[in-house]
Design a binder for this molecule. Structure first.
Ligand code: 13P
Length: 268
């Protein structure tokens, strides 16, 4: 049984006082006190880089995990504006989101660049949430499986990497706990148009089969989250699908009560 993973992706939202207010409200939600129970989903928050350290102080004795929204693959050096894996680990991050569609489309991140980030992150034993997803045009022209298949297999391959990438190989015992995939159809992000549960499940099953081909039976333990206009009123039908193991939530995670309602529906 895979423990669902629910992540609040705040993107470029929330100043410090807004984030602190969120936490105050969130801790008052009844679901918060139940997060340590066995059937609770794993819950995490991905704030902006500048809030990571402060949120770590507030969350370190709770079961809510901390997630970064991006990372650079190099350890250190002249990379103005970038943040390294060691820096994220130093401020208490448990996971990092890699390859979000906004990074791909607005900041030109390619599959090859995402591959370097994934290999480096798993090599440092930090959890990875690897995002994949097709645009509307790609879906309408029947290319969904080609696009997400290419995104997944390139990001998880060792091919053409200059550095060692044992972390991506089949024998890495940490894979089931450290790697999660987020299927986020671009046309569903921030549009209010969620994928139908069956539509999402079709892609999740396809991704699961690719993972099984690459990693064998441990792939059954890798979580595949859905993202794209997830709301309190659609999460239950998505989570009812056999291969949907949680959600990466944007807009509906900005308010504590709405995020708490989503979490409620993800209890096993
Ligand atoms: P929305 O939930 O706002 O559609 O965003 C989804 C997303 O991009 C999460 O990473």
């Amino acid at each position: 049984m895979r423990k669902p993973l629910i992540i609040a992706n705040w993107k470029m939202n929330h100043l410090l006082d807004e984030a602190l207010k969120f936490l105050q409200d969130f801790k008052r939600e009844s679901v918060f006190s139940r997060l340590e129970s066995k059937n609770a989903p794993e819950v995490a928050i991905a704030p902006s880089f500048v809030l990571l350290s402060e949120l770590h102080k507030k969350l370190q004795f709770n079961s809510v995990k901390l997630v970064a929204q991006n990372v650079h693959w190099e350890e250190r050096g002249a990379f103005t504006g970038e943040v390294s894996l060691s820096m994220l680990i130093d401020v208490g991050c448990d996971y990092v989101i890699i390859g979000h569609s906004e990074r791909r489309t607005l900041f030109g991140e390619t599959n090859a660049l995402i591959q370097k980030k994934v290999a480096a992150a798993l090599g440092k034993h930090i959890g990875v949430v690897l995002c994949v997803g097709e645009s509307l045009e790609e879906r309408e022209s029947g290319k969904t499986f080609d696009i997400v298949g290419e995104q997944l297999t390139t990001a998880l391959s060792c091919h053409s990497l200059e550095t060692s990438c044992h972390s991506l190989e089949k024998g890495n015992p940490e894979l089931p706990t450290k790697l999660a995939i987020a299927y986020e159809p671009v046309w569903a992000i921030g549009t209010g148009k969620t994928a139908l549960p069956e539509q999402a499940e079709e892609v999740h099953l396809f991704l699961r089969k690719l993972l099984l081909k690459q990693y064998g039976e441990v792939a059954d333990q890798i979580r595949i989250q859905y993202g794209g206009s997830v709301k309190p009123d659609n999460i239950a039908s998505l989570m009812a699908q056999p291969n949907i193991d949680g959600a990466l939530v944007g807009g509906a995670s900005l308010e504590a009560s709405s995020f708490a309602h989503i979490i409620e529906k993800a209890f096993l």
